[in-house]
Write a protein that binds this ligand. Structure first.
Ligand code: SF4
Length: 338
């Protein structure tokens, strides 16, 4: 994606999603799981924003927040529909219905995403009817167009999901999401349930479709090589917060945050002579219920300083590139650990 003339499609301000923990008959709230905790970020139209982090870091909850499948407990998500940003957390029923047509989701498991008792035709017809396309002829035209996009023959519409391979099913799920002509696709681990040999096929197809339809992708994954291949920008999350955001190349070549460096050191190098020093993180991932004071990463960080134990670092721009990092090594013009 070109770095010039970027148009913001989502403006996220202080987003938070806390799940209450209750106890006893009266369901007294005794704490919160802070799945997404004070996240602010702009997402640009036409880009692929990769979201990475360990399990439980809040990346899937963040993806669901962007579609209101999970309602945030605080903050704003302004969606730019071409007529200025409107806060999707305040949408009424009709507004939400119209919004959901513009933002679609592709889930991790293509096996459970399609009802085994329904033919593909029925699974594809339903969302079109829901969105008011009542002419059978028009619906069939749309179905054939989206099936052609994912290289599946139109006569396969009369088959059941079990007659398809995993890769074909995920292509069908992508096609179904495209039926209503969305502007944004949120992809939550879209290839992690597939064989490695099929993954590249699906990823290349997604790239082609994005180019053709000028879609914005939010690409959530734990496989860092896949994220690097797909993304223009990458956001790294740790315990519900953004710790680093940068364009894909900068992040992989010059990672700043100690957590990002540790994550990247785990990527295998496809060269028998290539050597990368693996950085093993000490300590346990803290519970999202009892986050440590200060920087949430401080109990595992090899560069921890006194200030890290008391003060939460803010996400700030660093250097000339559009790179932001939340770490005391880089705050107030600090030079960081090279
Ligand atoms: Fe490590 Fe401190 Fe940076 Fe946190 S703020 S990542 S503890 S150096």
């Amino acid at each position: 994606m070109s770095t010039e003339k970027k148009e913001v499609i989502f403006k996220i301000q202080n987003l938070q999603t806390w799940f209450p923990i209750t106890k006893g008959f009266r369901k007294r709230i005794v704490g919160y799981v802070k799945a997404v905790d004070d996240v602010s970020l702009d997402i640009y139209r036409g880009e692929t924003l990769g979201i990475v982090g360990e399990s439980g870091c809040g990346k899937s909850t963040f993806g669901k927040n962007m579609m209101m499948l999970e309602r945030p407990t605080g903050g704003q998500v302004l969606f730019n529909d071409g007529e200025g940003g409107r806060d999707i957390t305040q949408f009424n029923r009709e507004e939400m219905f119209a919004f959901r047509k513009k933002v679609q989701m592709v889930f991790q498991d293509p096996y459970s995403a399609l009802n085994p008792q329904k033919k593909i035709y029925e699974a594809f017809e339903e969302p079109l009817k829901t969105h008011g396309i009542m002419s059978r002829e028009e619906r069939e035209k749309i179905m054939q167009r989206v099936l052609a996009m994912v290289n599946i023959q139109p006569d396969y519409l009369m088959r059941y999901p079990h007659e398809f391979s995993g890769g074909q099913r995920q292509r069908l799920c992508i096609a179904r999401a495209l039926e209503v002509m969305p502007e944004v696709l949120i992809c939550d681990e879209p290839v992690s349930a597939l064989d490695v040999s099929i993954q590249a096929q699906v990823l290349n197809l997604m790239k082609e479709i994005q180019k053709e339809l000028k879609l914005t992708y939010l690409f959530i994954a734990h496989d860092l090589s896949v994220v690097q291949y797909m993304s223009d920008r990458i956001m790294v999350m740790y315990l519900g917060k953004i710790v680093e955001v940068a364009d894909s190349r900068t992040l992989y070549e010059k990672p700043l945050h100690p957590y990002t460096r540790a994550l990247l050191s785990a990527i295998p190098i496809p060269d028998i002579h290539g050597v990368r020093k693996r950085q093993i993180l000490e300590g346990e991932v803290p519970s999202p219920i009892h986050k440590p004071a200060g920087c949430a990463f401080h109990n595992r960080c090899p560069h921890c300083m006194d200030v890290c134990k008391t003060t939460d670092p803010k996400l700030q721009h660093y250097g000339e590139e559009e790179q932001q990092v939340a770490c005391h090594l880089y705050q107030n013009g600090g030079k960081g650990e090279q």
